[in-house]
Design a protein around this ligand. Structure first.
Ligand code: GTP
Length: 330
């Protein structure tokens, strides 16, 4: 009676193992096959005799290795690699991409009575969904950082003129002064203001004024070097930082800019006009002097340039005495 019930139980268990979605392989403590469900045979398209009870699992590994299931390389090395954890009686779980392109998850656990049970689960759909998600996240991250980059670029620029704004100028000028704190080369600062700009707006309209500002900005940029910094200080006023500290050079650059603007034609439809600029020049020789104070010096010099009739360069009195004799003469 007891035997019949055990046989029934065994049949039931076998039936259950055939019905599960996972593929199953059981081996004994001598590493010979005890049982493989039909899911296992189907998963690897095996000849059934290869998984007959008592067959060494090593034969199965060798068969699969020779068939290319484990990828390129020495088949015996693949066999040894798979037999090792069985000898060590360690449990493991791994995901493997099969030669046919699908993914399986393999879990191996030693049984208390000796031997091993292995389950094989096709995780292709899960893996592909995960890869798809990862790709989406990567794409999203890429476009987000591109957008962030563009945002911070735009935050640095004046929207009308496309040159640096005052905030960015403060940043760059402060950085330039810090970088040169150790050498005693002064930086030069130009405050550039369009003369009688209000009259352009009044006579030709605000958009003509905008066009004039764009033309002046372009002329300034074209007249400067790569490491000079030009920014819109506000309204019709620009500020320029020249890393070269010699007054003679700075004054020459300021004069060049003044002439360049005066020679530039502003085209407004059928109309063309010219503007001039007044320039105040100050130097930033003492790294501990606040930038605002240097800007104040340049602004004061600009005021004098305006007072002197405009379309000219005026050097701030604070710059006097800071330079070599030939600088003062220029
Ligand atoms: N079109 C235009 N006009 C601007 C812009 N920003 C400031 N302005 C104008 O620039 C003019 C500046 O005028 P003022 O400060 O009197 O100076 P100015 O007419 O250039 O005279 P001086 O500086 O003394 O030679 C004002 O009319 C502002 O409205 C701008 O972005 N576009």
């Amino acid at each position: 009676m007891a035997d019949a019930s055990s046989a029934n139980d065994l049949a039931l268990i076998k039936e259950a193992l055939e019905g599960i979605t996972q593929s199953l392989l059981v081996i004994d403590d001598a590493l010979n096959i005890l049982y493989a469900n039909s899911g296992f045979i189907a998963l690897f398209s095996l000849p059934p005799e290869l998984v007959e009870r008592g067959r060494p699992v090593e034969d199965l590994h060798r068969y699969l290795a020779l068939r290319g299931e484990y990828g390129p390389g020495d088949p015996e090395a693949h066999v040894a690699f798979r037999q090792r954890p069985l000898h060590e009686r360690s449990s493991y779980r791994l995901d493997r991409k099969r030669a046919c392109g699908t993914y399986i998850e393999i879990a191996g656990s030693p049984l208390p009575s000796g031997g091993y049970v292995f389950t094989f689960t096709d995780v292709t759909e899960r893996r592909l969904a995960q890869q798809h998600l990862e790709q989406q996240v990567a794409n999203r991250t890429e476009s987000l950082s591109a957008a962030n980059l563009e945002l911070s670029r735009l935050a640095d620029l004046d929207p009308l003129l496309g040159i640096f704004n005052r905030r960015k100028f403060y940043q760059l000028a402060t950085l330039a002064r810090q970088r040169r704190a150790s050498d005693d080369v002064p930086l030069s600062l130009l405050m550039v203001d369009v003369d009688h700009f209000k009259s352009i707006n009044d006579r030709y309209g605000h958009s003509a004024g905008d066009m004039a500002l764009k033309t002046v900005a372009a002329a300034l940029v074209a007249g400067l070097r790569q490491d000079d910094v030009v920014a819109r200080y506000g309204g019709e006023e620009f500020v320029v930082l020249l890393p070269n500290g010699r007054l003679a050079n700075a004054r020459a650059v300021a004069e060049k800019l003044r002439r360049r603007v005066a020679a530039t034609t502003i085209v407004l439809g059928s109309l063309s006009l010219h503007v001039t600029v007044s320039i105040g020049l100050a130097v930033w020789s003492d790294p501990s002097q606040p930038l605002d104070s240097v800007l104040g010096d340049a602004d004061e010099a600009l005021y004098h340039a305006k007072q002197s009739g405009r379309d000219c360069v005026f050097v701030a009195p604070s710059a006097e005495g800071l330079f070599l004799p030939e600088d003062r003469l220029s």
